[in-house]
Ligand binder design. Structure first.
Ligand SMILES: [Zn+2]
Length: 417
């Protein structure tokens, strides 16, 4: 089992790096004819430099993770940490609360270490790469407070979920997977419903889109498309980055459209309406609900497999630890990754199909030309790769490539439904 763990960690690295090499091999290709008007030679050179810089960083990030993980596994680092948390929690008399404390300490130390190791790399990403290509607007103070807030939030959520898991496993080991799945699903539904009210305000300001040409144009389109519009908000994304976006959030009565302020700056009114037509298309076709359901099904499978690992104590003995929920849980996270990769292929495939369908909604409402020009602008402004390798797209892209979307919108490609 120990060698299986090592093999999975190395396999993950090899897959990721192979895809990166394949993608790099497409760098020398000329820009496709349909994109030649937006990618001038200079722009294409700049885009290639941007891709290269990001690729080099991903090599460093992945190699550092690989080496640390292999060292920790081979030199018994996780066993040592497990011994420490056993020692530190000795004074706790209740068996249940000692298990909770051990799990919390074990996971919080590992995630804090992960965060600290990735911090310098993300500083480099923001203040060197993004800065050099004119995307970064974050100040060091904002960056640090963002990091503190997101790390704290992540730790609190991890702690809550871990506590639920340990308590349920203690009392009802046979029903563990079903009860924990229900609890985790309830927590994630709660946060996706109240995302705009609870999470976004921690990082951004959302203001109601003021009355004027843009608002009237959006409202006119929404009523023509038969879409009841609750409200439209603008997010002050430009305090961090110039990358632009728009999204729908929440569901039921609590859904809202959010536009990045940089999107409003970069696109014309007609192009923004076309982007929103695409977003409304997602909503009309119930893509958000379908993705939510597929996520719930995937996590049901995850907890069921986890319960088998726990029941037969398959993993903690592999690294020389005594039977414990937290060690099994942590190692399961590694063992699950190949299956997770397969599931992400399916999720990405469905998501790409949904993107085509949302584009079709805009197309049938006469917004194909405007959406095409919006996609082109957003793509070139973000220096996205005009020639990604098909294998890289297959594994990693949740959206079709710009070229495929433009072909689809122009009607020259019809086989993507
Ligand atoms: Zn979309």
């Amino acid at each position: 089992m120990f060698y299986l763990l090592i093999a999975i960690v190395v396999f993950d690295f090899i897959i990721g790096r192979t895809l990166s090499v394949l993608n790099a091999s497409r760098e020398k290709l000329p820009v496709p004819a349909l994109l030649a008007d937006i990618y001038s030679e200079d722009k294409h050179r700049e885009q290639t430099r941007y891709s290269r810089a990001n690729r080099r960083l991903s090599w460093v990030t992945n190699s550092v993770s690989l080496v640390i993980m292999l060292l920790m596994l081979c030199l018994g680092g996780f066993r040592w940490l497990d011994n420490c948390v056993h020692l530190w929690t000795m004074p706790i008399a209740s068996e249940l609360w000692r298990e909770v404390a051990m799990a919390l300490l074990f996971f919080l130390i590992i995630s804090l270490a992960e965060e600290l190791i990735s911090l310098p790399l993300s500083v480099y990403q923001n203040f060197v790469i993004e800065q050099r290509f004119g995307f970064n607007k974050t100040t060091p103070v904002l960056f640090l407070t963002d990091w503190l807030k997101s790390t704290l939030l992540q730790m609190l959520l991890t702690a809550a979920v871990l506590t639920i898991m340990v308590v349920v496993y203690h009392y009802l080991p046979d029903w563990f997977w079903l009860i924990v799945w229900a609890a985790v699903s309830a927590i994630s539904l709660f946060f996706s419903y109240f995302y705009s009210q609870l999470i976004v305000p921690l990082f951004n300001k959302q203001t109601r889109l003021e009355d004027g040409e843009l608002r009237s144009a959006i409202e006119k389109f929404a009523s023509e498309a038969g879409f009841p519009l609750s409200d439209i908000y603008v997010l002050d994304s430009s305090k961090r980055t110039t990358h632009a976006n728009a999204y729908f959030t929440g569901f039921g009565k609590n859904k809202r459209i959010v536009l990045y302020d940089s999107l409003i700056e970069q696109l014309s009114t007609e192009e923004i309406v076309a982007v929103l037509a695409h977003e409304i298309g997602h909503n009309k076709r119930r893509h958000n609900i379908r993705q939510l359901l597929s996520g719930l099904l995937q996590s049901l499978l995850l907890f069921f497999l986890l319960s088998l690992v726990l029941k037969f104590n398959l993993l903690s003995s592999a690294i020389g630890c005594e039977e414990s929920l937290h060690v099994n849980l942590f190692l399961f996270y590694i063992v699950y990754s190949p299956l997770n990769l397969l599931l992400s292929l399916l999720t990405n495939y469905l998501s790409r199909r949904h993107e085509y369908q949302a584009d079709e909604f805009a197309l049938t409402h006469g917004m194909a030309a405007q959406l095409s020009s919006a996609l082109k602008k957003m793509s070139v402004n973000s220096l996205s790769n005009p020639n990604p390798h098909p294998a890289f797209v297959f594994f990693h892209y949740s959206h079709p490539t710009l070229l495929s979307r433009l072909e689809h919108l122009s009607g020259s490609q019809t086989d993507c439904r």
